[in-house]
Design a protein around this ligand. Sequence first.
Ligand code: GNR
Ligand code: NI
Length: 167
Amino acid sequence: MALLPILRYPDPRLHKKAVPVAEIDDSIRKLVQDMAETMYEAPGIGLAATQVDVHKRVIVIDVSEDKSRLLTLINPMIVEQDGEQVCEEGCLSVPGIYDKVSRAENVRVRALDVDGKPIEFHADGLLAVCVQHEIDHLDGKVFVEHLSRLKQTRIRNKLEKQARITA
Ligand code: GNR
Ligand code: NI
């Protein structure tokens, strides 16, 4: 197991589009384990491979209270969605920034689990938000891109300044 470094906005690598996983081999299983460890340690409720600079369609999520329900989704897709909810979001790649984002309230998700078995489930509430947030990462999109250009510029300036101080 290993903790992986998390890319920070505005790193251009956060905008790469991840490719589907063709075969779930040992390297993918190791990636999933390391991503789960990294997510729990952060701590966060989700992590996309893009955030650890691996551009493959792999996400891990755990929205349970006691962090006992790891969900691994490989090649995830939303096959149905409806409704709208607004949630205050944060992101491990955009530390210290929280803002409201509007997303679908209900989603139907199709993916492979870590054994390569096809799974399909319904999600609402926070789990639905998290799945949409993570699939956005795989498509190279960070949650701040749902905000106004003005807010994006302010966030970018703030994090660039912070990076200069901590460097
Ligand atoms: O830990 C996280 N919390 C969170 C809160 C509200 C909406 C989305 C998230 S995902 C985030 C972890 C992360 O950055 N995943 O990509
Ligand atoms: Ni995120």
